[in-house]
Design a protein around this ligand. Structure first.
Ligand code: UDP
Length: 238
């Protein structure tokens, strides 16, 4: 099946989405635009779109092999991928293995504390409200998802953490934390959607602790492009 790009459906902070000749398939087109602080900080990371497209597709295929259903259909070009059309469950799922970012600031602890068990948290995907944190009772009260969907999303998220932690460990990278989004296909199946990339994961060099992710952009540390390329090289050997 060849997919033809039709109309632009949506333009987000990092991607554009197009309809295709197949009503159950859309094309995502990854941009180099970078935002942080919920859109208040804007910039460009040259080559990011290509890297995030290829990394996401590679990691989604690793996950599929381990039994995690994803939206991935086929890579069409350096920046474009055909994915199953889904309705995004408006929850951002964050899994943490080590303290960092908002966890460290919210609870007043240092970054780098290794947890005995990974944590999960949800936030309501809503830019106007700055993605407020909520628990699963709130999510159900707001009808963002059902109990069954939240149970499945939780189980899949911890499974994804196990698979990705082992995968990144093999290439000398520590998976500190990451954000996932899930979607519902036209036949009601919950699948992993969105992306898995240095935009959405904290990735530290296992030996030196060097940050190889979007924190370099968020915190004006420099070396942003090099960090993304280094992750690409370790994961895909390219
Ligand atoms: N994250 C993301 N999108 C968001 C918020 C967080 O991809 O809108 C990712 C982030 O890259 C990190 C993890 O989720 O890997 C945990 O982020 P945290 O809650 O610490 O917030 P941050 O400090 O990144 O704003």
């Amino acid at each position: 099946m060849t997919y033809e790009k039709k109309e632009q459906m949506y333009e987000g902070k990092a991607k554009k989405v197009y309809t295709t000749n197949d009503p159950d398939v859309v094309i995502v087109d990854y941009k180099d635009d970078a935002t942080a602080l919920n859109g208040k900080k804007k910039g460009t990371i040259v080559g990011k779109g290509v890297i995030n497209n290829k990394l996401t597709n590679y990691l989604m295929q690793v996950l599929e092999k381990q039994g995690v259903p994803t939206h991935f259909v086929s890579e069409l070009s350096d920046r474009e991928t055909a994915v199953k059309k889904v309705t995004i469950v408006p929850l951002e799922v964050i899994i943490r293995n080590i303290s960092a970012g908002h966890f460290a600031s919210r609870y007043g602890v240092d970054e780098g504390i290794v947890f005995a068990h990974p944590t999960i948290e949800f936030s309501y995907k809503c830019d106007e409200l700055d993605d407020p944190l909520l628990n699963h009772y709130h999510a159900i009260a707001l009808k963002l998802a059902t109990q069954e969907e939240i149970d499945l999303i939780t189980e899949l998220s911890f499974k994804i953490d196990e698979v990705l932690c082992a995968f990144f460990k093999d290439v000398g990278v520590t998976l500190v934390d990451f954000k996932l989004e899930f979607g519902k296909t036209s036949d009601g199946k919950i699948v992993l959607a969105d992306e898995i990339s240095p935009d959405t994961c904290r990735l530290w060099d296992a030996k030196t602790g060097e940050k190889l992710d979007k924190d370099r952009f968020r915190r004006d540390m420099g070396g942003v492009e090099d960090a993304y390329q280094e992750i690409m090289r370790r994961v895909m050997g390219a």
